[in-house]
Design a protein around this ligand. Structure first.
Ligand code: ADP
Length: 256
């Protein structure tokens, strides 16, 4: 805390008054540190695939110059690396766009019933790939909230995609929409995957946080998905509630 003494003019009685203004700079420092950690992490995440691309290009130009089979394999890996980098840049742009409009409250009337159906349909190819079925449990009629349609699509895409990626192969992912009278609208995305150990749960929405090294190696992702979800939900004054049991599964609930 930095104090700033300000000398005020003498009042009628001849006494001098002093005012002390206190400003909490620990919060400013924390945000500064977070920003520089973020830049360092983002640079690292881009640097790794870039270094690998460079390595493959050198190999194709040199030792594998005449080896068509090796070249084909390397090009496949290079393609995957560029896809990963594009994803990362898209996520970084999403985050910075959200930060720019964090003070504006979203105000479209959005019906979550067709929105969830649309998100499920867009994830069918991924669900098929990982052998998971996404089952929607929707109420009759509409379930309207005030929000930004595209951002809400992004939230449920992220949650359903995670449930498919980290869920259990061959088991279903269930999406429940609750819209009881006089109760908040709630959407829960429930998987029957390996679950998340309790100590990781509070950190899930940190940028670049991933639960295990294995997740970063084997599952496609950037570690930014839940940070984006958190940002969007804060703008919507909605909460994200995570419940997880190791060996049983995880539920992510959005409460509007
Ligand atoms: P990512 O791009 O890695 O999926 P997210 O921010 O969406 O990034 O998720 C952060 C981490 O949280 C993931 O890497 C994974 O370790 C963990 N996680 C997210 N959803 C689930 C889930 N449904 N079950 C188990 N772990 C999950």
């Amino acid at each position: 805390v930095r104090s700033s003494p300000v000398k005020l003019p003498a009042n009628g009685s001849g006494e001098r008054l002093f005012m002390l203004a206190f400003r909490d700079i620990s919060e400013v420092r924390r945000i500064d540190r977070m920003r520089s950690d973020f830049v360092a992490n983002a640079s690292h995440e881009l640097r790794t695939p870039l270094a690998s691309l460079r390595g493959f290009i050198e190999t194709i130009q040199g030792p594998a110059k005449n080896d068509l089979k090796a070249q084909e394999r390397f090009l496949g890996i290079m393609f995957d690396q560029t896809t990963r980098m594009s994803r990362l840049v898209d996520d970084l742009l999403s985050l910075s766009r959200l930060e720019l409009k964090s003070h504006i409250a979203p105000d479209q009337k959005v019906d979550l019933v067709p929105l969830l159906g649309h998100v499920r349909d867009s994830l069918l190819p991924l669900a098929k790939d990982v052998g998971v079925e996404i089952a929607l449990h929707l109420p009759e009629g509409k379930a309207e909230v005030l929000g930004d349609r595209d951002e809400l699509v992004q939230v449920f895409e992220n949650l359903m995609e995670n449930a498919c990626k980290y869920g259990q192969e061959g088991k279903s992912v269930d999406v429940f929409l609750k819209n009881g009278p006089g109760e908040p609208v709630e959407v829960s995305v429930v998987d029957k995957g390996p679950g998340i150990p309790a100590e990781h749960v509070p950190r899930l929405t940190e940028r670049f946080y991933r639960v295990s090294i294995e997740d970063s190696r084997s599952k496609k992702g950037t570690g930014l998905g839940l940070a984006i979800v958190k940002h969007i939900l804060t703008r919507h004054r909605a909460r994200l509630i995570v419940k997880s049991e190791v060996g049983k599964g995880t539920s992510f609930t959005v409460r509007f």
